[in-house]
Ligand binder design. Sequence first.
Ligand code: PFF
Length: 444
Amino acid sequence: MEQTTRGNWGSQMGFILAAAGSAIGLGNIWRYPYITGQNGGAAFVLLYLACVLVIALPVLIAELALGRRTTMNPVGAFQALTTSKYWPFVGYLGVITGVGILSFYLVVAGWTLGYIVKELSGTIGSFGDFVQDPISEIGYFAAFLGLTVFVVLGGVEKGIERWSKFLMPALLILLLCLIGYNLTLEGASKGIEFYLNPDFSKINGSTFLAALGQAFFSLSLGMGTMITYGSYLPKKENIPVGAVAVALSDTAIAFLAGLMIFPALFSVGLEPSQGPALVFNVLPSVFATMPGGQFIGIAFFILLAIAALTSTVSLLEVPVAFLVDQKKWSRKKAVWIISGATFLLGLPSALAQGTSDFFSTLTLFGQTGFLDIMSFVFSDLSLPIGGFFIAIFVGWVWGARHASEEILLGTPPAFSRLMAGWGFLIRFVCPAMILLVLIAKLFS
Ligand code: PFF
């Protein structure tokens, strides 16, 4: 059997935890709140939920099926199912996107390390001052890259997975406690109003793409991460159930992060549209008002750093698996070369919060600052474009019927009735909606 040469997840639960580990990260707790804040709040949240349900979930199932069927990395997966020399470019796009996302993601992950140190020392200071110092910006960024390399090369991935079984529920509990506390703050109700009472006049062409891009980013879709995860999935496991479990837990964590942030934000009187600094500005000032806030702050940033680590590991895996499988590089060489490239590409993002005038004020595609531009290009453009081609490939080239056969392995007979719905979504709805949203952005 093809499966014997490739490692497998120990169980359905092991797979769900690993995929959820990739999905749940800074995207939920750092990116989702600030993108929601920039896009006007509750109406955006509704759009986001619709994107997850109607577009992202079907694509997640498609990626997992593609991976399990071919037991390949994203480039090899396309090569295995078609002789066309063009389709593997979707895989190449995924490899490049992995490096692009990793480069700015590590900068923000570095901030979480910086905030662990700040909370430990008891002097928080302002985020603006923190990100002005190039030595610490680059230092923390490099440290998080080092941590990621250590996990990927050090053979401790299994260990991290085992830990995250306990740490992710801990993060959830901490979120719930913080929501409970923040709701009691003065002015919290204005935050609830902003987050949960939709004002549809705030929606425009850009809002749709922001919601779609965030859905893909948060679920690690559109660049082949989930193809790779699917390639380790045994035939006896139930893909739809796994996909729903991953999407539900990821969406729940993001939704709760919003519920934690916005009441606090309005109570301390900050701007919801301030961008990437949002979480780092709001939370420490709330921790400072809490009894035992320093310990809560330390615990929060440690858990956030670990959630980020399980995502950076999955981001690094895509280009590394490509070089090892397709180009026959040694794993060590692949990891070091990709890390070196990621470091160079990440430097401008690390300097883009005021250290370098040029990178901080650079404006492109309506985004100001190198980090914001990278986040837009790789999350909002590259991932949905990758998702578009994956949907077309699975729906039309491999074919929804063949894909359904793969998906139905490991499911009880009743699931076959759901496949027509999935086929319709992946063939028509996903590609058409993604295209429409991209076009809407052009005219916004
Ligand atoms: N899903 C991760 C998060 O929300 O933090 C980020 C991510 C990981 C995006 C892996 C894409 C990916 F392939």
